[in-house]
Design a binder for this molecule. Structure first.
Ligand SMILES: [Zn+2]
Length: 286
C-alpha cells in the first residue's frame, strides 16, 4: 500500500513532468473508482495541470480553475506515467487494471491502476480537497508535525502505539509498513501504550518518524516514479522481513499476525528480547 513517501514521490514526479501541460481528456474505466459525479469528468478537458500535492496518503492533482483530482491508491493502486499511449481510442469501462486515464496535450499522461480483484482505489473530482471525507479527517502530517503537535496528537488517543501511529485521524501519512520501521528505529514495542510513553520516548519516536519518512522520500524520489513500486520498497529493516536478521543487532525479525494484516519487529531492539504473543500462533498451539 502506498504510504506517505511513495505518494510524496509521485506528487514530486507529477510536479516535474505534468505541471503546465493541458488535459486533453480524463477517461474513467472503473466507474466505481470515481466517487463523485459533479463536476463531471468532462470538465477537466482543456484545463492545465497547475500543481500536485499530498494530503496524508492522498494524492491531489490540481487543475486551473481550482479543480482537484484527489486519489487514494488503497492497497494495490498505483500511478503510471506514460510518455505516450498506444491508442487514442477512449478507454471503455471494463475489468482491467486501469481505473482512470488522464491524457495530456503532449501525448503523455498517466493511468491510475489497481491490481487484483478487490477494487478499493478511490478518486474524487472536487473544487475543495476538504470535501473528501478521508482528507477532512486527517490529523497533522507525519512529515511536518513538530514535537509538540506530534506528542499531543498521539497522547490524545490512548492505545497501542502501532495502531495509533497508523490512525489517519491522529497522524496523516503513516501506514503498516512505515509504522513498523518507525517503531524499530525508536526501539519501541508496537504494543507500548501511547499515554505511558515518557517525554524522552515521545521525542525519540518523533525524531524516528521524521528520519524514517524523510529517508524514504529521498530514496523514492531517487527512483523514476514511473518505475517505483509500492511493494518494492528499499531500505526497510523489519517490515516484510520476518525470519531475516535485524540489520541493527542480528536478532531474528518476528511477526504478529492479525485477521488481515501483520506487523514485524525485532525483539532485541524493541521488546527487551521477549517475543510478543501472536494470537494466531497461540490459537494453533492450543
Ligand atoms: Zn534488532
Amino acid at each position: 500500500m502506498p504510504e506517505l513517501p511513495e505518494v510524496e514521490a509521485l506528487a514530486g514526479y507529477l510536479r516535474q513532468r505534468a505541471v503546465g501541460r493541458r488535459v486533453d481528456r480524463l477517461e474513467v474505466a472503473a466507474i466505481s473508482a470515481l466517487k463523485t459525479y459533479d463536476p463531471a469528468p468532462t470538465v477537466v478537458g482543456g484545463r492545465a495541470v497547475t500543481d500536485a500535492r499530498r494530503h496524508g496518503k492522498f494524492l491531489d492533482v490540481v487543475f486551473d480553475g481550482g479543480l482537484h483530482l484527489v486519489v487514494h491508491l488503497a492497497r494495490a493502486g498505483w500511478l503510471h506515467y506514460r510518455e505516450a499511449f498506444a491508442s487514442t481510442v477512449p478507454l471503455r469501462p471494463g475489468k482491467g487494471p486501469i481505473a482512470i486515464r488522464v491524457r495530456l496535450d503532449d501525448g503523455s499522461g498517466f493511468d491510475l491502476t489497481e491490481a487484483g480483484t478487490q477494487k478499493k482505489l478511490a478518486a474524487y473530482l472536487v473544487t475543495n480537497p476538504q470535501a473528501v471525507p478521508g482528507v477532512a479527517k486527517l490529523g497533522p502530517d507525519a512529515l511536518s508535525a513538530d514535537l509538540a503537535t506530534f506528542a499531543s496528537a498521539l497522547r490524545g488517543r490512548r492505545g497501542q502505539v502501532k495502531g495509533v501511529l497508523t490512525d489517519q485521524s491522529v497522524l496523516g501519512g503513516v501506514g503498516n509498513a512505515y509504522s513498523d520501521e518507525i517503531l524499530h528505529a525508536a526501539k519501541l514495542s508496537p504494543f507500548a501504550l501511547t499515554d505511558r510513553l515518557t517525554d524522552d520516548q515521545m521525542a525519540t519516536l518523533h525524531a524516528a518518524t521524521r528520519r524514517v519518512l524523510g529517508d524514504a522520500v529521498t530514496r523514492s524520489l531517487g527512483q523514476r516514479a514511473a518505475e517505483l513500486k509500492g511493494e518494492k520498497r528499499s531500505g526497510l529493516k523489519v517490515h516484510a522481513r520476518t525470519g531475516l536478521p535485524c540489520p541493527v543487532c542480528g536478532d531474528t525479525v518476528r511477526e504478529v499476525s492479525f485477521a488481515d494484516s501483520s506487523l514485524q519487529y525485532c525483539p532485541t531492539c524493541q521488546t527487551g528480547g521477549k517475543p510478543l504473543a501472536d494470537r494466531r500462533l497461540s490459537r494453533l498451539v492450543r
